[in-house]
Write a protein that binds this ligand. Structure first.
Ligand SMILES: Nc1nc2c(ncn2[C@@H]2O[C@H](COP(=O)(O)OP(=O)(O)OP(=O)(O)O)[C@@H](O)[C@H]2O)c(=O)[nH]1
Ligand SMILES: [Mg+2]
Length: 464
């Protein structure tokens, strides 16, 4: 069990580096208000620093009294704060130089040090205001690439996952209590514990929900991390035109000259809430000069790493040997064949020889006239997720760390079931019930090791 925080007061700039309208410095800990008072001159001389009230004034240098900035300052008294400690925020002009000066004045105070990345949120967790899944949701909110990603992270921050895990734990605690009674009164062992009732309880109230959560972890991963999609094809088929059509902006150069794109170009696209990293590559062909060859090597590497390849063909001309050779490279990957330039007269294609058994998906588009783009997006979505009907709206989206613990909890559950069926001793069952509880404890942060906590909180940016 991890609890309690240090006595030290911490401070950091909480807004991103660079200039902006407003910059915020945050202080947390017992010395926050005293530190503010030393450098803040409130406009209202009778300022009483009421909790959660914003005061207008100036920050001045305590030696010499030089004015540093005009600011708004707020002192928030524990426990109604982000960290559950006393928190002070100073809102100044968003100049990094001003922020830096004010921070230095605060850090010059005895007992105040610079916060580590994520330390404010870590304190919120250690002081019991949020559980570990909620702390992780804060990271997800900051990193989300789509609105859907933010919605899911907000649900987790509101405690959606924590509550689900908690319900499971309540059931297991009930079971443990029953089993412990049986252990204390060994003679009446079988009478006290109704095995079939326990088996059913475990199945319906623990195993079922666990399986559901594990399944939604995979969905969650797609919305959190997204997928990478590479547009591959021989030169001039219209790869860069497709990138532009998908992004609805002239991102990549398009010319009638084969070999226009040398380096790879990538951007994020939001398809039904899933972040899709879409990568335009150099057209792949033989016998080219060095720069183009480097681009081609990079394209081949990205094809290997991609979750999905859009294999692009020029529908207005016959297939070439180069197309067929490239197909050999990409056919090992999840693939959508994109036949482009359907606005021109089409040539008959026979990419997949009759009887080859290959049933690759094909979408016909005109990148130039933006035709078929919506169909292509749908095909991309369905190729990773299946049809939209199979897609379940799920508020809880466990991450990989949660998933591992859920699987381990599921395994412990299976062992409990076996023991119950075989009417093994209650001591043995109690061990696995505890293991299951511990694994769920890892998710919410009750039985998580310091190392894992460090890994989680260092993912934060400074000042969060
Ligand atoms: N008619 C027609 N022309 C297209 C279409 N898409 C692309 N083109 C043209 O095809 C030529 C090549 O387009 P790009 O998008 O540069 O092709 P690319 O595959 O990126 O080419 P490289 O970067 O050289 O490998 C340009 O002249 C485009 O205007 C289309 O749907 N219809
Ligand atoms: Mg190109």
């Amino acid at each position: 069990m991890i609890s309690g925080t240090t006595d030290s007061t911490i401070a950091a700039i909480s807004t991103p580096p660079g200039s902006g309208g407003i910059g915020i410095i945050r202080i947390s800990g017992g010395l926050s208000l005293a530190a503010l008072k030393k450098i803040f001159q409130p406009h209202d001389e009778n300022c009483r620093y009421r909790s959660h009230q914003l005061y207008y004034g100036r920050i001045f240098h305590p030696q010499g009294g030089r004015i540093i900035d005009e600011v708004l300052a707020v002192s928030m008294r524990a426990p109604r704060t982000y960290t559950r400690e006393d928190v002070v925020e100073v809102h100044c002009h968003g100049s990094f130089l001003i922020l830096q000066q004010i921070l230095e004045l605060i850090l010059a105070e005895e007992g105040i040090r610079l916060a580590e990345p994520g330390e404010f949120t870590k304190r919120a967790f250690l002081n019991g205001r949020i559980d570990l899944t909620q702390a992780e949701a804060v990271i997800d909110i900051l990193a989300a690439k789509t609105r859907k990603g933010i919605d899911q992270a907000q649900a987790q921050l509101a405690g959606a996952l924590f509550q689900r895990i908690n319900t499971l734990r309540q059931t297991l605690l009930q079971m443990r209590a029953l089993i412990e009674v049986a252990i204390d009164f060994p003679d009446e062992d079988l009478e006290i514990v109704d095995h079939s009732q326990l088996i059913e309880m475990l199945h319906l109230q623990v195993e079922g929900p666990l399986t559901g959560l594990i399944a939604s972890a995979d969905q969650g991963r797609l919305y959190r991390d997204g997928i990478s999609v590479v547009i591959a094809g021989v030169p001039n088929v219209g790869k860069s035109s497709l990138l532009n059509a998908l992004l609805q902006e002239e991102r990549a150069l398009v010319t009638p000259i084969p070999g226009t794109t040398r380096d790879t170009i990538e951007e994020y696209l939001d398809i039904e809430g899933m972040p899709v990293r879409i990568i335009d590559t150099a057209g792949i062909r033989d016998n080219v000069e060095e720069v183009e060859e480097l681009g081609i090597q990079r394209a081949k590497l990205l094809i290997q790493q991609a979750d999905l390849v859009l294999f692009m063909l020029d529908g207005s001309r016959e297939l070439s040997d180069a197309d067929r050779q490239l197909f050999q490279i990409v056919s090992a990957k999840p693939l959508i064949t994109v036949v482009n330039k359907i606005d021109l007269e089409t040539a008959g294609h026979h990419l997949y020889p009759a009887g080859s058994g290959y049933t690759g998906k094909e979408v016909r588009i005109s990148a130039k006239l933006q035709r078929g783009i919506a169909e292509l997006k749908r095909a991309i979505f369905e190729s990773v997720i299946g049809s939209k009907d199979q897609w379940q709206e799920e508020a809880c989206t466990p991450n990989i760390r949660h998933k591992q613990a859920l699987i381990a909890a599921g395994e412990a559950c299976a062992r409990i079931q076996e023991s119950l069926m075989d009417r093994r001793s209650c001591d043995l069952i109690a061990v696995d019930v505890q293991e299951c509880l511990d694994q769920l404890g890892v998710i919410v942060g009750e039985t998580t090791t310091e190392d894992i906590l460090d890994v989680i909180f260092t993912q934060f940016c400074l000042g969060k």
